[in-house]
Ligand binder design. Structure first.
Ligand SMILES: Cc1ncc(COP(=O)(O)O)c(C=O)c1O
Length: 388
């Protein structure tokens, strides 16, 4: 069964009538594509799990054991990552795990944390909030956003306490190769540096690519690694704020639990019910259908942006396209043109670091009709602008 009729149905009017900040940050004549939320309906089995949890009054102080079992089972099944429920720690989404990973690393103010440029900006926020120094491991579009291990070696020094890894990578859309992951593992193990790897997007991988979990590469890297997943991207459930960390190093897990005590209190019973349903093996058909539609819209968006004169990095994973606009204008002028003339609300590339200059980020997890309208508007707005 293909859910095309269910998934490929979003309309501008319908999205404006629904909740969610992506479609309500801007005036209603702007198409909301800046935030990494899909325009797909919530899977019926997840709605049912939430309704059942309310009807069963699962609203007292709860236990997360069953959800952790489902999380461990999913990670074993999907990534060949042999985790038990006791090696999983539930967080309020992936973002708090970034803070926790820094605290756990033992870094003191002024120590260095490796981040990419460009990278999903909450990694930068976590570094800043903890009074650490970001050490930028730059990714270059002209190299296909390759993760250059020789560059990483130059960035790492005695003050480096943690390497933040995002795979699949937001916003470049890169999925790391096994060789790149091995390179990171070698650098981390040789220098005894902790790693936090955000694998939130590991379901959204194109062209039958295989996502590899860093911690499965060997016991030494597993001992240094916190891996983090969630339900916000595949399932469109960021409002439920549910993430989970996998930590096989017992001392590290105990340290995280101690640091989080009284600060982070897991997530809600309703979120756990939804997670249990989403991560069940019987729910996988929904992901397969999402991927069919995402392959289609990726093809459309890549073709259209290329015809407009943009450079479009190959989208290997995530539903976030990151085209570069080769036009004679500044980045601010580009952002203004998209927002005010095209009336398409995109993510502005420089939010993800200086390497995002002249890029805009577009969430393509929508219907063909909304995507088509947005691309038409962008094309029209660029008609009178000179190419570089
Ligand atoms: C790479 C990455 N990590 C973390 C998050 C945030 O996840 P959560 O809402 O589960 O905290 C996002 C959201 O877009 C993301 O793209």
């Amino acid at each position: 069964m293909y859910n095309e009729d269910v998934l490929n149905t979003a309309t501008i009017e319908g999205m404006l009538a629904a909740p969610g900040v992506k479609w309500h940050r801007d005036p209603p004549d702007v198409i909301g594509m800046w935030l990494a939320d899909p325009d797909f309906p919530t899977a019926p089995f997840i709605k049912k799990a939430l309704i059942n949890a309310v009807q069963d009054e699962d609203l007292l102080y709860g236990t997360d054991v069953k959800a952790r079992e489902a999380m461990a089972d999913r990670v074993n099944r999907k990534n060949g990552f042999k985790l038990t429920k006791d090696e999983i720690y539930v967080t309020q989404g992936v973002i708090p795990a970034m803070w926790l990973a820094i605290q756990n690393s033992g870094a003191k103010p002024g120590d260095e944390i490796v981040v990419n440029d460009p990278m999903y900006y909450p990694f930068f926020t976590a570094v800043e909030t903890c009074h650490m120094k970001p050490a930028y491991w730059k990714l270059h579009e002209e190299d296909g956003y390759k993760f250059d291990i020789e560059e990483l070696k130059k960035v790492v020094n005695k003050k480096t306490k943690l390497i933040f890894v995002c795979n699949p990578h937001n916003p470049t859309g890169r999925v790391m190769t096994k060789e790149e992951l091995k390179g990171i593992a070698d650098v981390a193990v040789d220098n005894k540096i902790n790693v936090m790897v955000d694998e939130l997007w590991d379901d959204i991988v194109f062209d039958d690519r295989k996502h590899v979990s860093l911690a499965t590469l060997g016991p030494e890297i597993a001992d240094l690694t916190i891996t983090s997943w969630g339900i916000s991207k595949t399932w469109g459930l960021p409002g439920l704020q549910c993430g989970y960390m996998g930590v096989t190093n017992k001392a590290m897990l105990a340290s995280c639990q101690k640091l989080a005590k009284g600060v982070l209190r897991g997530t809600t019973t309703l979120s756990l019910a939804a997670a249990q349903s989403a991560l069940d093996r019987h729910s996988e058909y929904w992901i397969r259908d999402i991927m069919k539609l995402l392959h289609k819209v990726r093809g459309i968006a890549t073709k259209r942006f290329t015809e407009m004169g943009c450079a479009v990095p190959e989208l290997q994973g995530t539903y976030l396209l990151f085209p570069r606009f080769n036009f004679k204008m500044t980045h601010d002028e580009l952002a203004k043109l998209m927002q005010e003339k095209a009336k398409v609300g995109l993510g502005t590339g420089t939010e993800f670091g200086p390497e995002g200059e002249m890029h805009m980020r577009m969430t393509i997890a929508t219907s063909e009709s909304i995507l088509g309208e947005a691309l038409d508007r962008i094309e029209k707005s660029l008609k009178t602008t000179k190419k570089k």
